[in-house]
Ligand binder design. Structure first.
Ligand SMILES: [Zn+2]
Length: 113
């Protein structure tokens, strides 16, 4: 249900933008989703059809770019993919990590028809 709420928020934002830009139809929405944003792209994809059903976005496509969740271990300085290693350092097993990238969740592009 969390993801459905996220999709609704995205659509609300897009709606506001297209009203300002006076666009009538949106062909595609491109989102940038970080692996560490807490948002699961496949869930978003699943919720999307339900969220746009009987709305002006019914024919809009959703595209997602996944940003790798790179982190740095505060203990030993090792940089690794936090998502792949389950937020645990593969060298020292430290869990004190600094996120370098992958926390973003942004609307990157809106394509008007
Ligand atoms: Zn470490």
């Amino acid at each position: 249900m969390h993801e459905l709420g996220v999709v609704c928020e995205v659509l609300k934002t897009v709606q506001k933008i297209i009203e300002e830009e006076q666009v009538s139809e949106v062909e595609k929405i491109v989102l940038q989703v970080g692996e560490l944003s807490g948002i699961v792209p496949s869930y978003l994809e699943e919720c999307f059809p339900a969220a746009v059903y009987k709305t002006p976005f019914e024919n809009t496509k959703l595209e997602m770019e996944v940003v790798p969740g790179e982190v740095k271990c505060k203990n030993c300085g090792k940089e690794f993919n936090g998502f792949a290693y389950n937020l645990k350092c593969p060298v020292c097993a430290g869990e004190q990590l600094e996120a370098l990238s992958g926390r973003e969740f942004i609307i990157k592009e809106i394509l008007a028809r």
